[in-house]
Design a binder for this molecule. Sequence first.
Ligand SMILES: [Zn+2]
Length: 364
Amino acid sequence: MPDESPVLPTETLRRAPKVLLHDHLDGGLRPATVAELADATGYAGLPTTDPAELGSWFRRAADSGSLVSYLETFAHTCGVMQTEEALVRVAAEAVEDLAADGVVYAEVRYAPELFVERGLSLDAVVEAVQAGFTEGTRRVAANGGTIRIGTLLCAMRQHARALEIANLAVRYRDAGVAGFDIAGPEDGFPPTRNLDAFEYLRQNNAHFTIHAGEAFGLPSIWEAIQHCGAERLGHGVRIVEDIKTDADGTVHLGRLAAYVRDRRIPLEICPTSNVQTGTVRSIAEHPIGLLAKLRFRVTVNTDNRLMSGCTMTSEFAALHETFGYGIDDFRWFTINAMKSAFIDFDARLALIDDVIKPGYAALT
Ligand SMILES: [Zn+2]
């Protein structure tokens, strides 16, 4: 890689089957939906109610180069997602938008504790979101499409509810919840603060990923893997800090980077989001190029489609333009992601053999 392929039309990239492991439900609303839900639920905090202006406001606010102000944009999306009706609508529309983007399997995540401001219980939040995913999947099927959604429940690292949310994830694992994550400010809130939740999950044979190696570097990644037992890394891009390249191009992996690669620990890489939060300066300087070349288990993700104004198709297009990746590379990222999903092995294999491989074969 890259395979120096000719210019790929965006429509070809859109039709390519895609697998998305890192996408936040409260980061993917349609701007018009934010405005309509604000009106319907009496949320008065929006900077503007014009959908087009609102869409660009979110991107500008998220572009400030700081993870802290990036996270502030979520006050508005979460502000309008405090009723069951709103949660059902947002979840159903997310499925439709992902299917239109060519996504065939997505793990969509959110923190239930952020949607209880108006009295919903955690269980009611989970059930409303699952009802929305079911409805969205039904609408996609009615239009001749197919998509499967696995839910990840997040705990916020600055709150002290991780064990409670981990318990919720285990209770709903046969109802569409595929795993668990911790999100929120990484600096100052190491993953080991929530060790009890991770021990509980492991004792219950449950799956989890951890946001690590985005705003904070190697110690956060090391804790997530070696103390907490994370199966995947949310972002994980700062693993490059443990990789040295000599002047003659010889690459040396430190012990932690080698461990991550040897154990095939998936990296949920979100290129545009990393540029927005200032983790990397540009797509061209993004470590995904080096990590993919070294054959880490790299996956490509959107993180927050509203704040970044991105889709899986636009992420692929940016990587195609910058690194020259072609169809074979996108197939590799997609199969990497499908292998790394939290649904059961048989289902992953079926999606690879029956949907992803034939879908890529049809493109060439
Ligand atoms: Zn994230």
